[in-house]
Design a protein around this ligand. Structure first.
Ligand code: ZN
Length: 492
């Protein structure tokens, strides 16, 4: 039994529901203040007037992908061709140069060949849907391309033909990722990883084994290409261990903004192009039907407003079993007419507030006409369409404080202007995105609040998140992260 004293425990039931002492036992919250004053614990932890919230959750990220990202060549903060070349040159001793976070700067095969002719070079674009390669790399993956730029399925094929990582390397990447997430106050995440590395079985066992050593509430989406492997594995859906669940079938409806492959109602500026349906509509429908035939839910990547409308109609036509909920991932643009349709569906939407600050205003320049609704989080909430906060790491830094800030202030990182403030969330709702709401796809319901009977997962901040000023959100506020009653992170 542990007694946590001198804290401000925000239950998240209402803004003012705050306690100062909490007792936990065997991973569960026993009670607060007067109700536990008679208890003599084995251990007392002084929280020195810090503020405590239900453990942060990132509802959509790529855990191993993030682990790989923090151990590889990082081009996210590189904005010019010359600096990309400089970074590659610094890494030219590696046997293969694999970089992520590349901001499509127009580099081609010819330029890469001049710089590094003898080793394969892979530049994975920031949106993860495209790849720029040199000749050696194209040779390695047995593909050809004049400019060395591959998009969507072709890029995926190239990645699949890369030499596999050793299982121990994947475990190392996952450990790195979880350790960094602890420092951001994160106690769990819904991750899409089972397809991109060493196949369903080995990747699953990587999670199983690492989570034995490091507690982290993990919910794994199953990429549609892994459904057959899932069926063969004989595993049941949902709960595997107290720290591991198997979730919905991950499918892609359209592409991305930066590749101009998101499916839009109006064409991209200066073109007749409305974006893509990346799998083709028939294959998408067949995949959805297959998921349904196995009793599985869908987790659908969709960015464009037309894409969102299409997906909503398809989910209406092919609903999940009663009681099940599908999830839509991203949905930054919407038509007004899609909202009632979304509202009528058993769905949740994984939103990424940091996409707003990273992509605006540039994304608006791509359009011939501004979409009707732009990152419409307030609309989703008011219409009772459940939204969950996430970072899509490694696309964005998985620091929930930055996501909360963007949900409130809606400011571009580029020009520091705010966009559509009528859609901004109050701080209490912004915090809920990453705490209470983020659990809406989980099997167990005893989480997301600090309350008697809830799991003892919580995040400790040096300041009250409900009353921060704008700049304070950028500070390293996390003092401690607790999972299953264990302190997994403590600031030095
Ligand atoms: Zn993703």
């Amino acid at each position: 039994m542990k007694k946590w004293i001198n804290g401000h425990f925000h239950t998240m039931r209402t803004k003012d529901d705050i306690y100062h002492t909490m007792v936990t036992d065997q991973g569960i919250i026993v009670g607060f203040d007067d109700a536990v004053s008679h208890i003599t614990p084995q251990e007392t932890i002084d929280l020195h007037q810090c503020h405590v919230y239900p453990g942060f959750i990132d509802a959509h990220l790529h855990l191993i992908g993030y682990g790989r990202f923090i151990t590889l060549i990082d081009l996210r903060d590189v904005y010019t061709k010359e600096d990309v070349f400089l970074t590659l040159d610094k890494n030219k001793d590696k046997s293969m140069l694999y970089a992520e976070g590349y901001r499509d700067l127009g580099i081609t095969k010819i330029e890469l060949d001049q710089l590094i002719p003898d080793k394969p070079v892979f530049l994975r674009h920031l949106d993860y849907h495209s790849l720029t390669l040199n000749s050696k790399a194209l040779e390695l993956v047995k593909l050809s391309s004049d400019k060395g730029i591959l998009r969507e399925e072709e890029a995926m094929t190239a990645l699949k033909r890369l030499p596999k990582h050793k299982k121990d390397e994947l475990k190392m990447m996952l450990r790195h990722a979880i350790k960094q997430l602890y420092a951001y106050g994160i106690t769990g995440g819904d991750s899409d990883d089972l397809y991109y590395f060493n196949g369903f079985d080995e990747t699953f066992s990587v999670f199983d084994e690492v989570l034995e050593e490091m507690p982290f509430r993990t919910h794994l989406l199953m990429h549609h290409e892994t459904i057959t492997d899932f069926v063969h594995s004989g595993k049941s859906w949902n709960e595997q261990t107290p720290f591991l669940e198997l979730g919905a079938v991950k499918m892609f409806y359209d592409g991305t903004m930066s590749s101009k492959t998101a499916r839009m109602k109006d064409p991209y500026r200066g073109t007749n192009d409305h974006g893509e349906i990346v799998m083709g509509k028939q294959r998408f429908v067949d995949t959805l039907k297959r998921a349904r035939s196995l009793g599985l839910t869908a987790a659908i990547h969709v960015i464009g407003d037309q894409g969102l409308d299409d997906v909503a109609k398809l989910l209406k036509r092919f609903p999940p079993k009663p009681g099940q909920k599908d999830r839509i991932i991203h949905a930054p643009w919407a038509m007004k007419k899609t909202i009632p349709l979304l509202k009528s569906l058993p769905i949740t939407i994984d939103i990424q507030p940091q996409f707003l600050s990273a992509d605006l205003p540039r994304a608006l320049d791509y359009f011939s006409k501004e979409p009707e609704l732009i990152f419409p989080w307030k609309t989703y909430l008011e219409e009772d369409i459940p939204i969950l906060g996430s970072s899509d790491a490694p696309v964005e830094t998985p620091n929930p404080l930055l996501g909360m800030k963007d949900a409130i202030y809606r400011e571009s990182n580029h020009n520091h202007q705010a966009y559509h403030l009528e859609q901004s969330l109050p701080p209490f709702e912004a915090i809920k995105l990453y705490t209470t709401y983020a659990h809406q796809q989980h099997t167990k319901t005893n989480r997301g609040y600090l309350d008697q009977g809830m799991i003892a997962d919580f995040t400790v901040s040096s300041k009250d998140l409900l009353t921060l000023n704008k700049d304070e959100w950028n500070e390293p506020l996390i003092e401690m992260t607790i999972i299953d009653e264990q302190i997994v992170y403590q600031k030095k």
